[in-house]
Design a protein around this ligand. Structure first.
Ligand code: SF4
Length: 469
């Protein structure tokens, strides 16, 4: 295996090459100097809250933090698009010395007047944690004056990992949930948690539930609305995708309102079907179950022959997966199998010990499993494992392109829905078009690898000849 920094060795595991029970380390701050692919606490909270389209999102800090996360997700909205504007208090040297509370107060007051949002989220960045602005007090004051929820998000970048940002976002969301608490429950109803409607996935999933006869009370946070989130405690079940970001909120709602939750994934054929069936089983309603079976049958019959056509061409290719949450990684390993593509490397930014145990179970021998990787490691693993395809997000894309490896964006920036049954077909098309693109033959990195391989093969052939003579 490639050279790995000493303090990262326990975050990498190769199935079959090591003892299955050796401890695997994860959920820890990134190692200084390893240039993690993982984002900061602030970014974690921003990606979760960002899709709430009728809220004001104000980043309290230097303008760079806001620029870094501006329009960070595709997150489509069927109505208002206030979320797509990025506001910052743009702190300068003077405020860093004398405090930025006045500037925060002025910015909030001006923005609420100009945009009349339903709520405002105020994100604390690193510098706010250092200078000690009382963000909570300013938010409380403005809330009293303006009559809308003004919610501080405690997301100072240095406070931990991206996962702590998810936690800060869940705490902020819970304030809205509590505001609407105490209303009567709704029969056969759910909240969709952890889908962010990057390319219209929330709409696809909502449509499945509509066909099953299930009411969706709120989507947290894809195509999200403040008033819907306020109603969310009326639902009978929380269905949590991207478990890394939203399980915390589901647990809080279970504790306070007795709403149970299920962790699901809508990526790939089996996982989408299982997500819908598990919701149907939960409500134990024969009519819902019948409609679910009909829906799954029709959809699988529709897409399966198409998937098989792609498989004929793609069988035998090798892929690397590096994504934010491990649930997505599980689904991708399974979805690639439908295409006959093996997973040579798989990793996530926020997986927990149980997630990695499950990955060990479902992956083939020789697969490298990695937590919180960095570009150097990832590219070396890719070279060593001779992968043809990388599935990742915006930060992994340049790694693939520089190496002359096909790429599929399964994260923030994608423009094609990859969830649900339709999403599986779109996924096949994306993987196919990237892998089969003629452009890779012109990649200098790939040409170099091919000529090195040729030298190796020639040497091997020469050695064989010597042995035979
Ligand atoms: S919050 Fe801190 S770590 Fe995050 S972008 Fe801003 S300065 Fe960087």
């Amino acid at each position: 295996m490639v050279e790995i920094l000493k303090d990262r060795k326990k975050q990498v595991f190769q199935k079959g090459a090591e003892k299955e029970d050796r401890s695997f380390v994860c959920e820890k701050p990134s190692l200084a100097g390893s240039v993690s692919q993982r984002a900061c606490v602030f970014c974690g909270s921003r990606v979760v809250l960002y899709p709430i389209a009728d809220a004001l999102h104000l980043v309290h800090g230097p303008v760079g933090c806001a620029a870094y996360t501006w329009d960070i997700r595709g997150s489509l909205s069927s109505g208002p698009e206030l979320h797509r504007l990025s506001f910052s208090t743009d702190l300068r040297e003077e405020e860093v010395i004398y405090g930025g509370e006045k500037k925060l107060y002025a910015a909030l007051t001006e923005l609420i007047k100009a945009y009349t949002p339903k709520a405002a989220f105020v994100y604390a960045t690193c510098i706010i944690g250092l200078i000690g602005d009382d963000v909570q007090a300013v938010c409380k004051k403005v809330e009293g004056e303006q009559g809308i929820p003004v919610i501080p998000v405690h997301s100072e970048g240095f406070r931990g990992t991206k996962k702590d940002g998810y936690k800060a976002a869940c705490e902020a969301l819970f304030r809205l949930v509590v505001e609407g608490g105490g209303q009567p429950g709704l029969p056969l109803s759910i909240n969709i948690l952890g889908d962010f409607n990057l390319a219209g996935e929330t709409w696809l999933i909502k449509e499945y539930y509509r066909q099953m006869g299930i009411q969706v009370v709120s989507c947290i946070t894809g195509d999200g609305r403040v008033d819907e989130i306020r109603q969310s405690s009326r639902a009978g079940l929380n269905v949590v995708q991207c478990s890394g970001s939203m399980t915390q909120l589901a647990k809080m709602m279970e504790e306070s309102y007795g709403i149970p939750f299920k962790r699901v994934s809508y990526f790939g054929i089996e996982d989408t079907a299982e997500a819908l069936y598990s919701v149907a089983r939960h409500f134990n309603d024969p009519k819902v179950m019948r409609k679910t079976e009909e829906l799954v049958r029709t959809e699988v019959q529709r897409i399966y022959p198409e998937v098989q056509r792609f498989r004929k061409v793609l069988e035998g290719k090798r892929a690397a997966i590096y994504v934010g949450g491990s649930f997505k990684a599980f689904s991708l390993v399974k979805a690639l199998r439908h295409l006959g593509i093996g997973t040579a490397i798989v990793g996530s930014q926020t997986g927990n010990p149980e997630d990695y145990e499950y990955l060990k179970e479902i992956c083939d021998e020789g697969t490298i499993i990695v937590d919180d990787t960095n570009p150097l490691e990832l590219s070396r693993f890719m070279m060593e494992q001779e992968v043809d395809l990388l599935i990742g997000g915006v930060k992994e894309r340049p790694i693939a392109y520089k190496m002359g490896v096909a790429f599929c964006d399964h994260n923030h920036e994608r423009k094609t829905a990859l969830a649900g049954f339709e999403g599986m077909l779109n996924f096949c098309r994306e993987v196919y078009s990237s892998l089969m693109s003629p452009v890779w033959q012109f990649s200098p990195a790939r040409q170099k690898r091919a000529s090195l391989r040729k030298v190796e093969d020639d040497r091997h052939e020469r050695d064989q000849r010597v042995v035979l003579s």
